[in-house]
Design a protein around this ligand. Structure first.
Ligand SMILES: Nc1ncnc2c1ncn2[C@@H]1O[C@H](COP(=O)(O)OP(=O)(O)OP(=O)(O)O)[C@@H](O)[C@H]1O
Ligand SMILES: [Mg+2]
Length: 293
């Protein structure tokens, strides 16, 4: 009799467990938690930057979390590159706060600034490779100049990074003028990731490339960034690229972030500026200045 009741309890427990599992399967999913939480890796508050009377950034507020990929879209001349340059410290804001890893960075001394520069990798708009340096020297530039690594070790890493963007080691001996635009972009990407940065900025990484090469670059950006666990900001006009690279998209207009959201929300943003931009319409609320004053 005792044996029977033990058996029964076991059977009841088993049935309860099965029921629980079944309930889990059919339960309505609660809304997805935000993917990226915790303190922001980069945080901008009310950032202003003007050149003479031209107010380029006019109160930018922006947060990027650790490991997140933010894509910033916006018209030509809207201040996208200026935004990145202010974060990295090539330019300083006139007003406002920029924090990296919760530390204020907008008014650092040169030595403090050099210290935090190690966190960053930057693919400059247009590639900006040094013409007089070979490809491997271009990639190894930060390792040798900023990190003081010897040339032999730096070359080894440069070649490994070159391979990681799908290029042969022998390309390392060539010069930028000997490469196609697509190859130059890949080299710029290898240079941006050479120091294994925590934060990477990609400024127009696919501009001027055919759609297939652009997609190769997009894939490489996603793969290499995830591999490093890096936090990234990518600037692009190219919506196919934005959709592929982004976790979140922000649009800059009139010196402010006028919309931001998950990439899945971009097609129903309800924001007429975003709508006009993503559909490339000449008519809409966005004013196109044909003359730059
Ligand atoms: N060093 C500078 N001195 C004066 N004006 C500048 C400087 N850098 C940028 N600007 C001005 O700031 C504005 C924004 O420039 P920015 O390069 O950020 O535009 P953008 O959004 O990156 O455009 P694009 O998509 O064409 O690259 C432009 O009008 C530009 O002329
Ligand atoms: Mg730019």
């Amino acid at each position: 009799m005792a044996k029977k009741s033990v058996k029964k309890t076991k059977a009841v427990k088993k049935a309860k467990k099965a029921l629980k599992n079944a309930a889990k399967k059919i339960s309505v999913k609660s809304p997805a938690k935000p993917k990226f939480t915790g303190p922001a890796k980069i945080e901008m508050n009310d950032v202003h930057k003007a050149f003479g009377s031209k107010h380029v950034l006019n109160g930018v507020n922006l947060k990027v979390h650790k490991g997140e990929s933010l894509v910033v879209i916006g018209g030509s001349g809207s201040g996208k590159s200026v935004l990145l340059k202010n974060i990295i410290g090539i330019m300083s804001p006139d007003k406002g706060s920029i924090k990296v890893d919760t530390k204020e960075t907008s008014r650092l001394s040169t030595s403090e600034r050099n210290h935090i520069m190690y966190k960053f990798g930057y693919l400059f708009q247009g590639g900006a490779l040094f013409d007089s340096l070979s490809i491997w020297e271009n990639i190894a530039f930060g390792l040798i100049q900023a990190k003081g690594m010897n040339r032999k070790d730096a070359k080894e890493i440069a070649i490994q990074k070159l391979r990681s963007v799908g290029m042969d080691a022998n390309v390392g001996e060539l010069y930028p003028s000997e490469l196609s635009g697509g190859m130059q972009k890949r080299v710029s990407l290898a240079r941006a990731i050479a120091v294994n940065p925590e934060i990477i900025f990609f400024d127009e990484p696919t501009t001027g490339l055919d759609p297939i090469m652009a997609d190769v670059i997009n894939d490489l950006i996603v793969e290499r960034s995830k591999e490093l666990g890096a936090t990234t900001i990518t600037i692009t006009h190219d919506m196919a690229s934005a959709r592929k690279i982004a976790d979140r998209i922000a649009m800059i207009y009139g010196g402010k972030i006028i919309w931001e959201g998950d990439k899945s929300d971009i097609d129903h943003s309800g924001n007429p500026f975003v709508e006009q931009f993503i559909h490339g319409r000449a008519h809409g609320p966005i004013e196109i200045k044909l003359q730059d004053h």
